[in-house]
Design a protein around this ligand. Structure first.
Ligand code: ZN
Length: 302
């Protein structure tokens, strides 16, 4: 080949190289920009607008949050060092099959939780209980019963007092520690997942939710919002059939349902609705399981 041909080949090679580097830089830049935008977002960021909805991208986001937010100058990071979960944020339990995770917030309650547990047992299905702090003898026993019967306990809150727990990250951790230690002392196992009172983004925690999420993620915890609501806390006199309809009224083609229900005081109608809810879900081909941190969460935002 002539020198001219060689020059031509080398020039083409150099152009391809430069173009590849430019494209690579652009992609890395966009990725970095997306993360930075999320981390610095001043108000609610809808994760769906950034594509953080599937298991893989959520896993990446949580891994990233776990790394970037470790900082020795932040004093609350050295508090409650036992509140740390060994978690690599690989959501290996995710499947294309239809799975429904019923979740019960604000219990345990002596008038509601035992009935719910009896019904779950009758249908041999599992669920998740995001608990609050109860210290009377009757309700203290329920934490252990939930675990013994194969369900999951997640942390909800000790006080469930929005203004108190969302006053600062320290205040949130103080409250979280109180209920987590309570559950661990009564059951022998430390909860690994949690649900924010009011959901992860609400009008009480707008100014602080990202810092709380960053800190809890750094500690290995996963939080779960919901994609279906039973509506059982939306009005005081909601009937069992309305609760059932709320869960089953959708065209349930979603492969993963995380359903919000309540087993706190006054939620007897949730228990009354439960057999029909379970039968309806089973009829539509759902398996009812308990959450654990290998299931990718539903997250409202970051
Ligand atoms: Zn609640």
């Amino acid at each position: 080949m002539s020198v001219k041909t060689w020059k031509k080949i080398i020039s083409i090679f150099v152009i391809i190289l430069i173009l590849s580097l430019a494209i690579l830089t652009l992609f890395l830049g966009i990725g970095y920009f997306r993360y930075e935008k999320l981390l610095n977002a001043p108000t609610t960021v809808d994760l769906t607008t950034y594509g953080y909805t599937d298991s893989e991208s959520l896993s990446k986001l949580f891994k990233y949050l776990k790394e970037v937010d470790a900082d020795e100058t932040i004093s609350y990071q050295s508090k409650y060092e036992h509140l740390n979960i060994d978690n690599d944020f690989n959501f290996t339990a995710d499947t294309d099959e239809k799975v429904c995770y019923l979740t019960f917030d604000d219990g345990p309650n002596k008038d509601v939780t035992p009935e719910i547990l009896d019904i779950l047992d009758r249908y041999n299905v599992k669920a998740t209980f995001f608990v609050i702090y109860r210290d009377n003898e009757e309700e203290k026993k329920l934490y252990k019963r939930i675990i013994n019967e194969g369900h999951t306990i997640g942390i909800h809150s000790a006080s469930h007092n929005y203004t108190k727990i969302y006053a600062s990250v320290d205040a949130y951790l103080d409250d979280f520690c109180k209920i987590s230690d309570h559950v661990e002392a009564l059951t022998g196992s430390k909860p690994e997942i949690f649900r924010f009172p009011g959901g992860s983004v609400n009008s009480y925690n707008k100014a602080i939710y990202q810092r709380i999420i960053a800190e809890m993620t750094r500690r290995g915890y996963v939080y779960y919002d919901w994609n279906y609501s039973s509506g059982d806390a939306e009005s005081a006199n909601i009937s069992p059939s309305e609760i059932t309809d709320n869960v089953l009224k959708y065209n349930l083609d979603s492969s993963k349902m995380i359903v919000l229900c309540h087993d706190g005081p006054g939620h007897q109608n949730t228990a009354k609705a439960l057999p029909d809810v379970i039968e309806g879900l089973l009829a539509q081909g759902y398996t009812l399981k308990a959450l654990d941190n290998t299931v990718s969460p539903i997250c409202f935002g970051y």
